[in-house]
Design a binder for this molecule. Structure first.
Ligand SMILES: O=P(O)(O)OC[C@H]1O[C@@H](O)[C@H](O)[C@@H](O)[C@@H]1O
Length: 300
């Protein structure tokens, strides 16, 4: 429908009052969505959701004040799409290329009940040569945020193996008071302890130092209990067997060039995907859909 570069030169274009194309930070094209329940912003750069807020609530997603908004750089905060690898890979961008490429908006669907569905696709020009796959992304903005990342292996005879992750950054009232539930009994790799394999023992995980854990073989819904903002954030997922919990804490926050020194106090990442031994092997011609739904409720 429209690429970032085309949008850059267009003035505001309104689609039935619920969706606007705008020039965002760094002159990158963004979509602004308003529904009767919520508002959201999505950049075509990375098909990156940078904002989701329900009416009369604080924003659900954290976005760093220091984020870069530049071609070739990932936005810090919101929901980066991690694909087709997670973490570092020598000579390649960390966490894959999907988050630093320009996606195309294919379709906008206004549903009768009032939500807005946006369909994005990674164009062939942004894909590496010789790997035949399609990558589509559907974002449904309504009372909740519903995400679907669709991978299609177009090869007639070769398997396609990849990792994926919707790396959601949540806005919280204070890191010392939040608790994360839903992972008790799950095995994880502790990245701050040299990838040691451990088992989660806490019903409610508390954060008081750097946390960087890849929980494996878990389909569980995770909840963030936030007494300071008097709400509970719920992250439900399908076709995702890994969950990552990340907070950089003090030293790492200072070391990150695109993250404020104090911002670790106001965010936590709970990421849903398929990583490491949970990576996906897609047979020729097959597709897989990673689904995540993010909602919140008052915990008064
Ligand atoms: O700085 P990046 O590439 O966006 O990564 C942020 C973090 O992302 C998390 O998913 C990883 O587990 C962390 O190890 C990493 O530091």
């Amino acid at each position: 429908m429209a690429t970032g570069k085309e949008l850059e030169f267009k003035n505001k274009l309104d689609v039935s009052g619920r969706v606007c194309f705008l020039k965002g930070t760094g002159d990158l094209a963004k979509l602004s969505i308003t529904t009767k329940w919520s508002s959201a912003e999505i950049y075509l750069h990375g098909a990156h959701i940078t904002h989701f807020k329900k009416k009369n609530e604080e924003p659900l997603l954290f976005l760093s004040q220091e984020s870069r908004f530049e071609e070739g750089q990932a936005i810090r905060g919101g929901i980066p799409i991690i694909f087709p690898w997670f973490g570092a890979k020598e000579g390649f961008p960390a966490h894959g290329f999907a988050r630093v490429k320009d996606w195309v908006l294919k379709e906008i669907v206004m549903t009768r009940e009032g939500s807005v569905e946006l369909h994005f696709s990674l164009p062939d020009s942004e894909k590496p040569e010789g790997v035949p796959f399609d990558l589509d992304y559907t974002v449904s903005v309504g009372e909740t945020l519903r995400l679907r990342l669709i991978v299609i292996n177009k090869s007639p005879d070769r398997e396609f193996v990849y990792e994926d992750c919707l790396h959601s950054y949540f806005n919280i009232g204070g890191v010392n008071s939040v608790g994360i539930s839903g992972l008790k009994g799950v095995n994880y790799r502790d990245k701050v302890a040299d990838f040691a394999e451990k088992t989660e023992t806490a019903e409610i995980i508390k954060i008081s130092s750097e946390v960087d854990r890849v929980y494996m073989d878990t389909l569980s819904t995770v909840e963030i209990h936030d007494p300071a903002l008097r709400r509970k954030i719920r992250i439900e997922k399908e076709n995702s067997t890994s969950t990552v919990v990340w907070n950089p804490w003090i030293a790492k926050a200072q070391a990150l060039p695109d993250f404020g020194n104090e911002e670790y106090q106001k965010m936590v990442c709970v990421e849903s995907g398929n990583l490491g031994k949970n990576k996906v092997s897609l047979a020729p011609g097959k597709s897989a859909v990673l689904k995540v739904e993010i909602s919140s409720s008052s915990s008064l």
